[in-house]
Design a binder for this molecule. Sequence first.
Ligand code: 13P
Length: 252
Amino acid sequence: MGRKKIVAGNWKMNTNLNEALALINDIQKGSKQFSQVEKIIFPPFPFLKNSVDSLTNETTFYVGAQNCSEHIKGAFTGEVSAEMLKSVGCIYVLVGHSERRTFFKESDEQLILKIQNALKNDLQVIFCFGEKLEERKAGRHFETVKKQIENVLKNFSETELNKFYLAYEPVWAIGTGETATPQQAQEMHAYIRKIMSELFSNTLSQNMPILYGGSCNAQNAKELFSCADVDGGLIGGASLKAADFCKIIASF
Ligand code: 13P
């Protein structure tokens, strides 16, 4: 048995409630025949419960949250806890997205706390990381990714990591229209597997789904997904158009 095939849509701060529900409906219709692919959407917080409720009959289509607080509960105005996400039916949570790291200055220490809270509430973590343009230009992309993975994941056990997915999202490819080439993606994904094997075990590393994210779209998904170590995509912009997202789902 090979690894799972996964297509995840990170909607970021887009859609209103009606648009979100219409998008889900259209994705459902357009992706019905692809039951071998796990579909995950990450709508904004206010639409999570409605999203979960509209997918109750689905067995390969799940809802996740784009973030969770590093705090458990209490006087943290505006924050959303892992327990809250679990209580509305979220299965997944993204941790470490580059937009959270950059705009909200999330540190490795915060990411560790977020993951601990997610795990306590039985949420499955999709841990995101990736190098910036200047790091790639300086030839430090492998070193950067290694540190991002090690600093956070070394705090968790192999048993805990069994339920993780990883998402390699080079910052220079996010929202820029400049996708990593299949060679660049494959090379980094194979390297990530090597790091995971050294940190944990070969079994964990071989079983772990690793998604690619960064200007992945209906045109380039097929080539990216055909790489041996690319198990799917974490899609931003193209996940907001049902037809494009379904075409990506159909790309395996
Ligand atoms: P784009 O697909 O818009 O480049 O975004 C990727 C991303 O950040 C997914 O989390």
